[in-house]
Design a protein around this ligand. Structure first.
Ligand SMILES: [Zn+2]
Length: 185
């Protein structure tokens, strides 16, 4: 077998290994997560070094995890990262997008009453209505505050969030018909 063919086979093998072994690990550990800080027992938002987790598979049987960011950093940047144990037990359950999707699932918009569509990264994202009746997108709040917000806020669909934002920011260009006011109060 000639050298170019051997190199071609090796390259193809490496490519297949990357696609079927490293990429799934990278996808598993990317994204923001909400964990309970072992020190404070309070929610904290963390991110993992997903590239490192995938590459450590080249030498180990299981990926080695390490934080790249935490909402308690830089003050606690030297912590022992004990929260990684929670991530290792169930990497998907603590993903922010999993937690958000679980909360909205089965809920209806507090304004229009329509069911909130399944939360995805690409579609319009739903919002939250605060106790003082201001809507805010869940993407615009700190992830570590989401557990508290879910306890005190109500679900709002994207359409109503947009309408409420315009009403709030440009009341001069919006006229709310009296027969619709009850929907917004
Ligand atoms: Zn709505």
């Amino acid at each position: 077998m000639s050298l170019p063919i051997v190199l071609l086979i090796l390259a193809a093998a490496l490519l297949l290994f990357g696609v079927f072994t490293l990429v799934p690990v990278y996808r598993t550990y990317r994204g923001k997560r909400l964990i309970t800080c072992p020190e404070t027992k309070q929610p904290a938002a963390v991110e993992l070094d997903s590239i490192r987790a995938a590459l450590t598979l080249l030498g180990d049987e299981s990926p080695r995890l390490r934080l790249t960011n935490c909402s308690r950093w830089p003050e606690k940047a030297g912590c022992g990262q004990e929260c990684l144990g929670e991530v290792e037990r169930d990497p998907k359950a603590c993903l922010v997008r999993t937690i958000v999707a679980d909360w909205y699932r089965g809920q209806s918009c507090v304004f229009c009453g329509k069911p909130i569509p399944e939360v995805t990264w690409t579609e319009h994202r739903p919002a939250l209505l605060s106790p003082d009746r201001v809507t805010v997108s869940w993407k615009d709040v700190k992830p570590e505050t989401l557990p508290d917000l879910f306890a005190t806020h109500k679900p709002v669909c994207w359409d109503c969030h947009v309408v409420q934002s315009v009403v709030r920011e440009r009341p001069d260009v919006v006229t709310v018909r009296p027969d619709r006011e009850h929907l917004w109060s």
